[in-house]
Write a protein that binds this ligand. Structure first.
Ligand code: PMV
Length: 339
């Protein structure tokens, strides 16, 4: 088989970040990027990554441009992801990757989830691999765990999997966004890149947190509870289990040595704000990932009140409102230039 392409091949894709309601934290296999627990998420709509991948035999190395700037920091992970696609296609051709996020990168808004989901989908199309969504999810997982979930829209579960090769650790859609629309208000409390990335944080937690085993042992019950809440469209039930999973993940990480503290003062103030709104009867709960942003998830009827309340919280810089979105999809290459 030829290891080069005879023509330059390009494609572009858009994927949205997802927010885990039942959290993923911890890897059981670093090379294959397999999780110690399953997780469950919602895919967003108005926040996106758009990525163009262009394979070209004339290139001597991969390049990565993020939001108009050459991104040397992301190049290693980008090349590792492209290598997986190249291995599937049996080529060694290098690629130019151009990516745009319409939200802050690296601050707990899952830019790696939407980023790698978009890259895998665009790379697949550019190389003509014709992967199924499940195969795309497996490849995206190897690039960034949570990216496995951003291949799909709405409510998504990423399975822990049983196989040693990890091929069954794949995301599957549980319910379409339109079947139970929820609103999300993202309270941005800092736009700085986080100091400790999720891989380093997970490894430190696994090595030093005394709660690691309890975290693993209790996850399946949380997943079952969230699945049941979603099937019944029971907001209160989903709220209770989601806040529990979020706080449990942070308690686990806080107990690492040294402890991982992803919150700032505004994050905590926003948590109290959401709890206060809920005590007053508003259907809303919070969730927080490995960064200082708080995501308030609510029924659409409460969205305006929730966003307005979060805007009043001292230290909240901005509130981004979004709904639940669809799966990753191919877009015209020209759309990226227009972004
Ligand atoms: O897959 P990563 O490296 O983006 O890690 C995601 C970890 C959390 O966002 C904290 C939880 C999750 O399930 O998304």
């Amino acid at each position: 088989m030829s290891t080069t392409l005879d023509v330059s091949r390009r494609a572009a894709a858009q994927a949205q970040p997802n927010i885990a309601l039942i959290k993923y934290w911890g890897k059981r296999d670093l090379r294959l990027n397999l999780p110690v627990v399953g997780s469950l998420s919602i895919t967003l709509d108005t926040l996106w990554t758009r990525t163009e991948v262009r394979f070209d035999d004339a290139l001597s190395a991969d390049t990565m441009t993020l939001n108009g700037k050459v991104d040397a920091k992301q190049l290693k992970r980008t090349s590792a992801c492209l290598d997986l696609l190249r291995a599937r296609a049996g080529v060694t051709t290098r690629a130019e990757v151009i990516s745009e996020n319409n939200f802050p990168t690296g601050a707990g808004l899952a830019s790696s989830a939407s980023g790698f989901a978009a890259m895998v989908m665009a790379g697949d199309a550019a190389l003509g691999l014709r992967l199924t969504p499940a195969e795309q999810s497996v490849l995206a997982r190897r690039c960034s765990g949570s990216a496995a979930r951003s291949i799909f829209g709405g409510y998504v579960e990423w399975a822990h999997g049983q196989q040693a090769d990890g091929e069954d650790s794949v995301a599957t859609p549980l319910l379409e966004a339109a079947a139970w629309p929820l609103s999300v208000a993202v309270a941005i409390t800092s736009t700085a890149e986080k100091a400790i990335g999720s891989t380093e944080g997970m490894n430190r937690t696994a090595d030093t947190s005394p709660y690691q085993q309890a975290w693993i042992d209790s996850q399946d019950a949380d997943l079952a509870e969230a699945r049941a809440a979603i099937a019944a469209r029971d907001f209160e039930r989903l709220a209770d289990i989601s806040e529990h999973s979020c706080l449990k993940m942070h308690a686990l990480a806080l107990a690492a040595k040294p402890g991982l503290l992803y919150w700032n003062a505004a994050t905590v103030a926003a948590m109290h704000c959401v709890r206060g709104l809920r005590a007053k009867g508003l259907p809303v709960f919070f969730t927080i990932d490995a960064g200082p942003q708080l995501k308030a998830v609510c029924l659409p009827s409460a969205a305006a009140a929730v966003a307005a309340a979060l805007r009043e919280v001292p230290g909240v810089l901005n509130v981004v409102e979004t709904g639940l979105g669809g799966p990753a999809r191919l877009i015209p290459v020209a759309d990226l230039a227009a972004a």
